[in-house]
Design a protein around this ligand. Sequence first.
Ligand SMILES: C[S@@+](CC[C@H](N)C(=O)[O-])C[C@H]1O[C@@H](n2cnc3c(N)ncnc32)[C@H](O)[C@@H]1O
Length: 269
Amino acid sequence: MVDPDIAAHYALGFESSRLFIDGRPRLEYIRTLELLDRHLPSPPGRIVDVGGGTGVYAVPLVERGFEVHVIEPIERHVHQVVETARQLNLRGLTAEPGDARDLSGVTEGADAVLLLGPLYHLTESSDRAVALTEALRIVRPGGVVVAVGISRFAYLIDGLKRTILDDPVFRPIVQRDLDSGQHRNPHVQTRPEFFTTAYFHRPEELRDEAFNAGLVDISLFAVEGPSWIVEDPADLDNQLFAARAVESEPALMGATSHLMMIGYRAASD
Ligand SMILES: C[S@@+](CC[C@H](N)C(=O)[O-])C[C@H]1O[C@@H](n2cnc3c(N)ncnc32)[C@H](O)[C@@H]1O
């Protein structure tokens, strides 16, 4: 069962709009999709999108020719995916309730498994290990697992960007992030912008967790890199240039908001 604070955060209903400003995609969305396009096999193929939210990436992937099955613990999100599939007549888009730690109901042999959310909401390393092992189990030999983490330093940088580091509610949240990676927002109803229960990775930890789960040929990418500090839609080209230029630069990896791990199941076990 998902943590009640996480459920309360998503009950606020911001998830379907968070990646867009005035209908325009934000840097996180553009870069996530660009990295997926680069690392997913060519369609057709079957993708399991674990923690796929409201289907924000599942929809464009179905439009590219994949079949995408979303697994989501938040019922509201499952309904939104199903409704979107119906409205857009996307036969390749399906969804069911579920948790990254138990994919026993999911058909094995997927060409790709996405974990673009569960790893940062699972605050115990043992739970993250189970989620990665489950993804590895249901992907086909040679298939790809894509997992996203939030950087340990994301809210420190966000606080600078929004000039709220001296906010008495915000400061202890950031201090806890820095001390332990354990992000908690005791004010989820009144200050939803401070997110909810999560674990914020150091870059090398995300890589180690993937390695320990048995993934091979692992690479790590900074989704937004340092560019998210600006996030001015009028300057998007420069932000994309900077994000791409240092996407694999270890010295800057922690400056991103989101980290993306790409790893594979060995072609033969
Ligand atoms: C910030 S949203 C990300 C949604 C989408 N994948 C994206 O990248 O924009 C995180 C998602 O992870 C889901 N989630 C949280 N805990 C999970 C778990 N244990 N198993 C699967 N999904 C989980 C949440 O319900 C939520 O939809």
